[in-house]
Design a protein around this ligand. Structure first.
Ligand code: PMP
Ligand code: GLN
Length: 383
């Protein structure tokens, strides 16, 4: 008899679609990862760290130089201050930060508000913790939400809200007004804000990322989570962090210590080096992604899959043409018959049926892959 806590856990749609893409040798614009490596100089730095013997366990909460450089960067870019001894925990990607934070804060029967479309890990983490998810829909085309719907989702059992800014899958970038409203409600009704900001450096046009810790300056109730995977195009390295006040951090560390204890050492050294060069690195990185976003948005407009312009992240949502087929059927057909894998949007939704009308496309790809993928999409004819 298996534990009840896993009863509601489903297989990740990203794994399912990547396996199908592999089986049919399809261009994979589904699961979110670049089809190129991050910079060579970061790879060299990891190799160097290994050769220097930095191969044993790192301190459980992360190596000092990585915690220090993240603090310098956050101070410079956002004017955020935190204590590197007591307020940051380096984890196995943002995934483990989310898991450790949710397990540390959510009790059985506690309610957790999720904005949908949501990144799928949140729902599973809440279920594993025994929590009860409550949903607030961000509606297409611009993925805004109704403040009243948010207020109505709050009950005396509300323990936390999870925000993902910039948002995967919609590409929404939360406005100051939205964030301040969320913060004021959290203050009034006394709940935590768990803020997943892994796409913090990926915003387009003149949209600006506003970290939650610039709203909750005193870190009263917010946890800011991010990782190096997207910023340095090394998703496989799995280096993330959670920043929160000492009391919340202490709770997160209690779970982290018994989940992974610590994460890979040479990768942390290489990422400390990567952050030391971020001023030189970011402009070109952002330009390249702006170009990719523009290409995919412009090209998709010529197709039957009408795009919703994203202002952040490396995903774009498209409408599927009206027919008797839903997102899952169309995503499967595209992979099997047109050699192009995408992600059906319904797994990102629990309350609204809007997900059934969309697909998510990842544009963290070389121009060549993007153009091939778009060609395959253009060849699709609805039966
Ligand atoms: N949050 C979001 C919104 C993501 O898209 C992802 C994965 N790309 C993660 C968390 C997981 O990040 P990591 O790979 O650092 O665990
Ligand atoms: N975050 C990636 C995505 O959204 C996938 C990560 C994963 O497979 N868990 O596609």
């Amino acid at each position: 008899m298996k534990a009840r806590r896993i009863e509601k856990i489903e297989d990740s749609i990203f794994g399912v679609m990547s396996a199908l893409a592999f089986q049919y040798n399809a261009i994979n614009l589904g699961q979110g990862f670049p089809d190129f490596s991050g910079p060579d100089w970061i790879i060299e730095a990891a190799y160097q760290a290994m050769k220097e013997g930095k191969n044993q366990y790192a301190p459980p909460f992360g190596i000092h130089s990585l915690r220090k450089i993240i603090s310098n960067v956050y101070n410079k870019y956002y004017n955020i201050d935190f204590d590197i001894e007591k307020e940051i925990t380096i984890t196995a990607g943002a995934t483990e930060s989310l898991f450790s934070t949710i397990l540390a804060l959510v009790d059985e029967g506690d309610e957790v508000i999720l904005f949908e479309p949501f990144y799928d890990a949140y729902l599973s983490d809440v279920y594993i913790a025994g929590g009860i998810p409550k949903f607030v829909t961000m509606h297409k085309p611009n993925f805004s939400f109704d403040f009243k719907e948010l207020e109505n989702a709050i009950t005396p059992k509300t323990k936390a809200i999870i925000i993902n800014n910039p948002n995967n899958p919609s590409g929404k970038v939360f406005t100051y007004e939205e964030l301040i409203t969320i913060y004021e409600l959290a203050e009034k009704f006394n709940f935590y804000i768990i803020s997943d900001e892994v796409y913090e450096f990926l915003t387009y046009d003149n949209h600006r990322h506003i970290p939650i810790l610039t709203i909750d300056k005193e870190k009263k109730r917010s946890i800011m989570i991010s990782s190096t995977g997207k910023t340095f195009s090394m998703t496989g390295w799995k280096i993330g962090w959670a920043i929160a006040n000492p009391s919340i951090t202490d709770a997160i560390r209690k779970v982290h210590q018994w989940t992974t204890f610590t994460i890979n050492t040479p990768g942390q050294h290489a990422m400390a080096f990567a952050f030391s060069r971020i001023d030189d690195y970011l402009p070109e990185f952002k330009n390249e992604y702006q170009e990719r976003r523009d290409i995919i948005f412009n090209e998709l407009q010529k197709s039957i899959f009408k795009p919703h312009k994203p202002f952040g992240s490396y995903f774009i949502m498209v409408d599927i043409p009206t027919s008797n087929k839903d997102d899952i059927e169309i995503a499967k057909e595209l992979t099997v018959h047109n050699n192009i894998a995408t992600i059906p949007a319904s797994p990102f939704y629990a309350k609204s049926s809007e997900g059934k009308t969309m697909l998510r496309i990842c544009f963290a790809k070389t121009k060549e892959t993007l153009m091939k993928g778009i060609q395959n999409l253009l060849s699709y004819k609805i039966q």
